[in-house]
Unconditional design. Sequence first.
Length: 296
Amino acid sequence: MIEIVDAHHHIWRQADLPWLSGPMQPRIFGPYEPIRRDYTIEEYLGDLGETGVTRSVYVQTNWGRDGFENEAKWVQQTADEHGWPHAIVAYADFSIDDVRPQLDRLARYPLVRGLRMQLHWHENPLYRFAARPDLCADPVIRRNVACLADYGFSFDLQVFAPQMAGAADFVQACPKVTFILQHAGMLEDLSDEGRATWRAGMTRLAKNPNVVSKLSGLGTFIHRNDAAHVADVLRRTVEIFGAERCLFGSNFPIEKLWTSYRSLVGAYLAAAAPLGADQCGAIFRTTAMRVYRLAP
């Protein structure tokens, strides 16, 4: 069985999340009643089962701007107690004048490896997260993200295909920072034109050596674990970035809305199998180990 690193998952306490504990709000991934509750590390480890996953990276879940350190602290305490997760992607507000005081606070937690502030914007309000589509061009955000290099932190970049041209300029402006493109570029328009726009944007981003692509969240817009869709996106992304710049992530428990962890991993393994052992090893282990600086 291949050794797997899950480079994108969540655990949470419902009470800490405004979008879970407040009134029901429409979400990008559809109705979410089954996960509108605590999702603990114990449940996550139970979901893993015998899938071959040996390490994991926690990615922030939007506790709120004032809760950014509490989130990192709680996840660090969880890891200290259970041995999982093995790295943390925390949140900081890069729109403020100087993000470094927040980064200084996060640097106290040894598992913090990177930051995510979601920049994706879409014409469809249900898919929209950022306040406007051009935050990648914001000089304050660029200056603050560039500071991550001083801390050895990466940035998890989340944008839609129409934003990728601006995102490519963004990553060029921060050449010392490693960017991890979320969910393989969030392909949501499955028309021929939409796929072409996505491929062009991905190709433009891949020209920057400081960008890698996370193969995760592929059920977000279709609300199912579709083996053919997973295979198509995975293989096209590997063609563009190369396997050594691709890494797997489960996006659990979001994808638990429509599939099991075993079925999800199985779809990705089947999609990657024709690429051979070396490329599979990169996708499922070595890229994530390198990018998130995981201990061997």
